[in-house]
Design a protein around this ligand. Structure first.
Ligand SMILES: NC(=O)c1ccc[n+]([C@@H]2O[C@H](COP(=O)([O-])OP(=O)(O)OC[C@H]3O[C@@H](n4cnc5c(N)ncnc54)[C@H](O)[C@@H]3O)[C@@H](O)[C@H]2O)c1
Length: 368
């Protein structure tokens, strides 16, 4: 490793760009150099550049318009951490110029856009990776090994619980949050990680999804703050999703439970980072039962995710989470939205776009 240091640019220096992406850039300094950072709010890009200088010892160039990076810089890849509703447009610009793209989750908000992104990456022979960094959480890696080894026997069903809190202040910090065209609600924003893990462990094709969404207590956002869904897989497995940003008074848990004939695993903690139950015929516990909660719910996964993306480019292989994988959780959330809108199960495959939710009105005040 380390044959070549790849040049990259970070586009979007907000909450996640300036924290986890900067950390991933800095901690992969032996193989990655951020030659440019970009934000339409120049001060944010400048702050990111200074942060990289402080931690990695070099100062990336600052851009306000990402189009200028295409013209002025010779980058191997870009990482896109702007508002979700802009991922498609920005990704397409770079993919079409044969530049590899690592895009934040959700990769886009429409099945059509996602398919176009995947196809364009293929046509131009470049990598498209998606930031579902929780797949790199050590307990999740352990669970995945058990799934792949067949240790569960038949897996029957799995449950994803996301019981978090987002208050008015969180939504006031950035007006795009909770809008249908740039974000979606708690399912699309906060819950896609665990929905991705659930579908990854259960695997296989989906037959249909039935979903209910509500906006219980965030009247100032357009989208949902609660979602419940049943995901029926073609092979009979069932996924159950319960996700919300309404939990009083703060984040409670993000938990993934997988139940099979000969195995039960529950991984919880604040952000699927702690094994709570680990039962197989010859195993009753796991060393990762004692892991501490990470500093934020974002965990530490961006560092290995960047490493994997680097290796994918260098060794010309698919990243561990390519567009095809990044698509799956978004597809489930879009199916839940469509199901809630039409009040009936949604059969796969289907096409949908979060902006089709703009006339949805599920703002509830639950009484007695
Ligand atoms: N992987 C994770 O755990 C995780 C965590 C948080 C957010 N996210 C995702 O990351 C994305 C950003 O979320 P955030 O909370 O950091 O948002 P944010 O609003 O804090 O940051 C977005 C930034 O992008 C900038 N921007 C917008 N348009 C731009 C453009 N054309 N060129 C350059 N910069 C532009 C904005 O000015 C802003 O600074 C979202 O898609 C979100 O879903 C992922």
């Amino acid at each position: 490793m380390g044959e070549k240091r790849l040049k990259m640019a970070l586009i979007g220096c907000g909450r996640i760009g300036s924290s986890k992406h900067v950390e991933a850039i800095v901690k992969n300094s032996d193989v990655i150099e951020a030659v440019a950072v970009c934000d339409i709010v120049k001060e944010r890009a400048e702050k990111c550049a200074r942060s990289i200088e402080e931690k990695a010892g070099y100062l990336p160039k600052v851009y306000e318009r990402y189009e200028e990076i295409i013209n002025n810089e010779d980058v191997d890849f870009v990482a896109i951490a702007t508002e979700s509703g802009y991922h498609y447009e920005i990704s397409m610009k770079f993919l079409k110029k044969d530049i590899n793209v690592l895009v934040e989750k959700p990769m886009a908000l429409s099945t059509k856009h996602i398919d176009e992104m995947i196809q364009t990456a293929k046509d131009n022979n470049v990598k498209l990776g998606v930031c579902f960094q929780n797949r790199f959480n050590p307990p999740i890696v352990e669970l995945r090994k058990k799934v792949e080894s067949g240790a569960f026997g038949n897996i029957n069903y799995g449950v994803a619980n996301i019981r978090w809190n987002r208050d008015k202040n969180y939504y006031e910090q950035a007006s795009w949050r909770g809008t249908w065209h740039l974000d979606g609600g708690s399912l699309m924003n906060q819950c896609t990680h665990n929905i991705d893990l659930l579908q990854w462990m259960l695997g296989g094709e989906i037959e249909e999804v039935y979903g209910v969404i509500r906006n219980f207590q965030h009247p100032y956002i357009e989208a949902e703050d609660f979602g419940g869904a049943i995901v029926k897989f073609k092979d009979g497995k069932v996924g159950i999703i319960e996700g919300t940003s309404t939990i009083y008074p703060r984040n409670l848990e993000e938990t993934l439970s997988i139940f099979g004939e000969q195995g039960t695993v529950v991984i919880g903690g604040l952000a699927v980072n702690k094994i709570q139950v680990w039962k197989f015929p010859d195993e009753d516990s796991h060393p990762f039962m004692e892991l501490p909660d990470p500093d934020t719910v974002y965990g530490f996964g961006h560092v290995p995710l960047y490493r994997d993306f680097y290796e994918a480019i260098i060794y010309d292989r698919q990243p561990k989470i390519p567009g095809e994988e990044g698509r799956k959780a978004v597809e489930i959330v879009l199916a839940i939205y469509k199901s809630a809108l039409e009040n009936k199960p949604v059969k796969f495959p289907f096409e949908f776009d979060s902006t089709q939710m703009k006339n949805w009105s599920g703002h509830y005040v639950v009484r007695g």
